[in-house]
Design a protein around this ligand. Structure first.
Ligand code: MG
Length: 175
């Protein structure tokens, strides 16, 4: 292997994948849905996640992607939903712990790409605010981040508006 290829070996970059899904329920009094939040941004919708914490599926997927990239325990292991103190937890706190572990182990975010899949509400009008909030939470520039919104073509639980799903990939480089 020549020297330029060696410079791309796994000691210099790490990739991480995160995925999350939450059931979406009607808001009280008709159901147990919490107000819908994505990336720390509140979105107007008549349904919201059934969740122990605040149910922010985007922050959960990002947290798991970062933890996965550095080979740490996942979000469910670090913050079990059986733990009463995590009831109503702000998911930004979960992400902050993942960022702390990332920095402590000598890595930093190069870029992040997220795909939010839900039938409603549309994500595009909120992209700017979500990117701004993520850049603040991750202490990075917005141009390191990308968020895409997709529908599920009206099929299955996500397409019928009964769930929301998020995929995230991150690339880390040495700090
Ligand atoms: Mg979750």
């Amino acid at each position: 292997m020549d020297e330029s290829a060696m410079s791309h070996n796994t000691t210099h970059i790490r990739i991480g994948h995160g995925w999350d899904l939450h059931r979406l329920e009607p808001l009280p009094p008709d159901g147990a849905g919490r107000p819908l939040r994505l990336g720390g941004v509140a979105l107007e919708h008549d349904r919201g996640p059934a969740s122990h914490s605040d149910g922010d599926a985007l922050l959960h997927a990002i947290t798991d992607a970062l933890l996965g990239a550095i080979g740490e325990p996942d979000i469910g292991q670090l913050f079990p939903d059986t733990e009463p103190s995590h009831e109503n937890a702000d998911s930004a706190d979960f992400l902050a712990e993942a960022c702390r572990r990332m920095a402590e182990s000598g890595w930093q975010l190069s870029n992040l790409d997220a795909t939010i899949i839900c039938q409603q509400p549309p994500i595009a009008p909120h992209k700017g605010e979500i990117l701004q909030q993520l850049a603040s939470l991750l202490d990075c520039d917005e141009d390191q981040l990308n968020v895409k919104g997709k529908t599920h073509e009206h099929v299955d639980a996500v397409g019928e508006g009964r769930a929301i799903e998020v995929h995230v990939v991150v690339l880390l480089i040495r700090a």
